[in-house]
Design a protein around this ligand. Structure first.
Ligand SMILES: C[S@@+](CC[C@H](N)C(=O)[O-])C[C@H]1O[C@@H](n2cnc3c(N)ncnc32)[C@H](O)[C@@H]1O
Length: 265
């Protein structure tokens, strides 16, 4: 059985990696680099250069082409994951049987990252693997630290979602803290009364943060976002939205499903 280590490397800062991750990297013979288009790709190379002091090889596995505006989103992503799994299975089969393999994952593999799902598909395709996962810092932790924030109100729940979901489905009733990732379209603008804690390129030299009511800072954040992309070449942002008055919970809707709290429609 081949050994595969899935290693979270933190959300962008060269120093945001854990000692456990560095130790794991120093046991790997072959790093499989799963490339994503538009990503700040060189962080992994910089991490390897800085933290690994034993011989290793790097095998790049380019992403298969993907339709980014499909009508059947779920099926298209499933087919794309399957194709990626096939390419990874081929790359693994080409390595010596006793080589320890490693995959470096942006942030932590547990949130908005498909590596573990795709490794599951690789196993379904017949590759026998002994997989272990080394946790990484999530962009969420870096955001909350930068703003000195606790995610939840006392005893409250936290809703984590994507920009697309926020735009399409709003905020579930009763939720007073929402963390949003993968938002290319600034969906926070639809919630002018909420307080925004925003951070882009967190943990890097180009980190930018802002906080305040969406109605007050929303437009500035939109501008900062595009300035950053132009100046640095990439932008990744995450934010926390807090309800206007967390002390007054919004009554749960009697109908199951998503609905925006009163006043946010
Ligand atoms: C594909 S997800 C990967 C998340 C990652 N697994 C994690 O643990 O943070 C990419 C999204 O994570 C967030 N993100 C990742 N790195 C970030 C950073 N350095 N600053 C702000 N947001 C970041 C952004 O919302 C981005 O759209």
């Amino acid at each position: 059985m081949r050994r595969l280590r899935v290693i979270g490397i933190g959300p962008g800062g060269i120093d945001q990696i854990t000692i456990a991750a560095v130790e794991a990297m120093n046991t790997v013979d072959v790093f499989l680099l799963l490339d994503k288009p538009n990503g700040p790709r060189d962080l992994r190379a910089r991490m390897l250069e800085r933290y690994v002091d034993r011989p290793y090889t790097v095998v790049a596995i380019p992403d298969p082409p993907r339709d980014r505006t499909p009508s059947d989103y779920t099926d298209t992503v499933a087919r794309w994951h399957h194709r990626r799994a096939e390419l990874i299975a081929e790359a693994i089969a080409a390595q010596p049987a006793d080589a320890v393999l490693g995959i470096l994952v942006w942030g932590d593999p547990a949130i908005y990252d498909s590596t573990l799902r795709i490794i599951g598909l690789v196993e379904q395709l017949g590759t026998l693997l002994e997989v272990d996962v080394i946790a990484g810092l999530m962009s969420i932790n870096t955001l909350t630290a930068a703003h000195r924030q606790v995610l939840n109100s006392v005893g409250g729940a936290v809703h984590v979602t994507t920009g697309r979901n926020l735009r399409d489905s709003g905020i579930p009733p009763g939720v007073d803290a929402v963390v949003v990732m993968l938002d290319a379209h600034c969906a926070f603008l639809g919630f002018p009364d909420w307080t925004l804690f925003w951070g882009a390129n967190l943990g890097t030299a180009d980190e930018v943060i802002r906080s305040g009511p969406v109605a007050g800072i929303g437009d500035e954040v939109v501008r900062l976002r595009s300035e950053l992309r132009e100046r640095v070449g990439w932008v990744m942002d995450t934010y926390l939205l807090r309800a206007p008055d967390p002390a007054e919970p919004v009554a749960p809707s009697p109908v199951p499903g998503f609905a925006r709290p009163e006043g946010e429609r």
